[in-house]
Ligand binder design. Structure first.
Ligand code: NAD
Ligand code: GLY
Length: 360
C-alpha cells in the first residue's frame, strides 16, 4: 500500500492506494469508531462492495446505515441529494456522524456535498471505486451537483478526512469507464509531467488491460500531481484551474448533449484534444504535439471529435463555466506537454478550433 498526504494544514488527510483496502479495518477505524456511519452508494456499486465495506467497519462503528441512490450522472441533482438528507434525518444523524462515499465521481461529489452541508458540515471518507474517482475526483474536496444550465454549478469545497482507493475495485469496471478514467490520467501528464505523459504513451496496452502495476503507477502519480496542485491552491484562486485542462470544451459537450450521454472522461478526452489544438493555434505548441495528444486519446478508446452543437451554442455553454469572469471565457492551454496555463483567447481563433473538431 502507498500512502500520500494532501497537505492543507489542519485539513490535511491521507490518500491510501493499494489492493484489498476495503478490508483494512485499521484505515477506517480512526474515523468510524463509536460514530453513526452513513454509507452512500448506488445500485451498481452497492451490490459489489458495500457488504465488504460494512463488514470492515461494523465492529468499530456505533451504527451503520446504507443509502443507495440511483446510478448515473443524470441523478447528480437536488432531488437525489435530498434522499441522503431524508435518510440521515430520519435515522437521527448528528454532527458527529460520518458519511462514507462508496462509488465513482458522481457518488463522491454528491455524498461530499451532503457532508459539506448537513448540519453545516460533517466528516466524510472517500472510497473511490472508478479509475476516474481514484485519480481525480476523490482528491481535493470539490463537491457538488449539476444544474440543468451548467455542470457542477452548485457545490462547496469540503475536504474528506481520508481517501481509501482499493485498486481491486477497478477489476469490475466496464472498459468504457476505464477509458474515461484514463482521460484524467492523461490530463495530469499533459499539464504537469512530460515524463509521465511519455510513460502513458508507452503503456496504453497495460492500462487498457488493467494491469495491476500500471494501474497502481497511474493512480499514485496522478494523486501526487493533483495533491500538489490542491495544496498550492485549495479553492482555485489561481493555479488549480489547470486541473480543468480539457474541461471547458468537455463540460460544454456534457451539458450540451444532456448529462450522461457522453461520460465525463470521454468529454474531457475530446476537450483535451480541442484545447491542444487551441494551444497550437495560439502559437504555444507545435502541431506535432496536438497529434501526440490526439493519438493518445484515440489509443485509449476516447472520442477525439465533438458532437455537432454549433459554434454559437458551444460559446454559450462555455460561458457558464466556473472559470468565466464577467462573461469572458478562460481557457486552459498548454505551453508544452507537461506545462499548462490559463488565458483568454480570441473568439475567432477558438471558432477555428470549434469548427475543426465538430462532427459533420
Ligand atoms: P460515475 O460515478 O458515474 O461512475 C461510472 C459508472 O461506473 C457508474 O455506472 C458507476 O455505478 C459504475 N461503477 C463505479 N464503480 C464501479 C466498479 N468498481 N465496478 C463496476 N462499476 C462501477 O462516473 P465517474 O467517471 O467515476 O465520475 C464522473 C463524475 O465525477 C462527474 O460527475 C464529474 O463531474 C465528477 N468529477 C469530479 C471531480 C472533482 O474534483 N470533484 C473531478 C473529476 C470529475
Ligand atoms: N477536477 C478539477 C479539480 O479538482 O480542481
Amino acid at each position: 500500500m502507498k500512502t500520500l498526504q494532501v497537505s492543507l494544514g489542519d485539513r490535511s488527510y491521507p490518500i491510501y492506494i493499494g489492493p484489498g483496502l476495503l478490508c483494512k479495518t485499521d484505515l477506517f477505524k480512526p474515523h468510524v469508531a463509536g460514530q453513526s456511519i452513513y454509507v452512500v452508494s448506488n445500485t451498481t456499486v452497492a451490490p459489489l462492495y458495500s457488504k465488504k465495506l460494512i463488514q470492515t467497519i461494523s465492529r468499530d462503528a456505533k451504527s451503520v446505515h446504507e443509502i443507495i441512490l440511483p446510478d448515473g450522472e443524470s441523478y447528480k441533482d437536488w432531488a437525489t441529494l435530498q434522499k441522503i438528507f431524508d435518510v440521515m434525518l430520519s435515522k437521527g444523524a448528528d454532527r458527529k456522524s460520518v458519511i462514507i462515499a462508496l462509488g465513482g465521481g458522481v457518488i463522491g461529489d454528491m455524498a461530499g456535498f451532503a457532508a459539506a452541508s448537513f448540519m453545516r458540515g460533517i466528516r466524510f471518507i472517500q472510497v473511490p471505486t472508478t479509475l476516474l474517482a481514484q485519480v481525480d475526483s476523490s482528491v481535493g474536496g470539490k463537491t457538488g451537483i449539476n444544474h440543468p444550465l451548467g455542470k457542477n454549478m452548485i457545490g462547496a469545497f469540503h475536504q474528506p478526512v481520508a481517501v481509501i482507493a482499493d485498486l481491486d475495485t477497478l477489476k469490475t469496471l466496464p472498459p468504457r469507464e476505464l477509458s474515461a478514467g484514463l482521460a484524467e490520467v492523461v490530463k495530469h501528464g499533459a499539464i504537469a509531467d512530460a515524463t509521465f505523459f511519455d510513460w502513458i504513451e508507452s503503456h496504453t496496452k497495460e492500462l487498457l488491460g488493467c494491469d495491476p502495476n500500471a494501474m497502481s503507477h497511474a493512480v499514485e502519480r496522478s494523486c501526487e500531481i493533483k495533491s500538489a496542485v490542491v495544496a498550492a491552491d485549495e479553492k482555485e484562486s489561481g493555479i488549480r484551474a489547470i486541473l480543468n485542462y480539457g474541461h471547458t470544451f468537455g463540460h460544454a459537450i456534457e451539458s450540451g448533449l444532456g448529462y450522461g450521454e457522453w461520460l465525463h472522461g470521454e468529454a474531457v478526452g475530446c476537450g483535451m484534444v480541442m484545447a491542444a489544438d487551441l494551444s497550437a493555434r495560439l502559437g504555444h505548441i507545435p502541431s506535432s504535439d496536438v497529434t501526440r495528444i490526439q493519438e493518445l486519446v484515440t489509443a485509449l478508446g476516447l472520442p477525439n471529435c465533438a458532437p455537432k452543437l454549433g459554434n454559437q451554442r458551444f460559446f454559450e455553454l462555455m460561458q457558464i463555466d466556473k472559470k468565466s469572469e464577467g462573461g469572458e471565457i478562460r481557457y486552459i492551454t498548454l505551453e508544452k506537454i507537461g506545462r499548462a496555463k490559463i488565458e483568454m483567447a480570441d473568439h475567432a481563433i477558438v471558432s477555428q478550433t470549434l469548427s475543426a473538431y465538430q462532427a459533420s
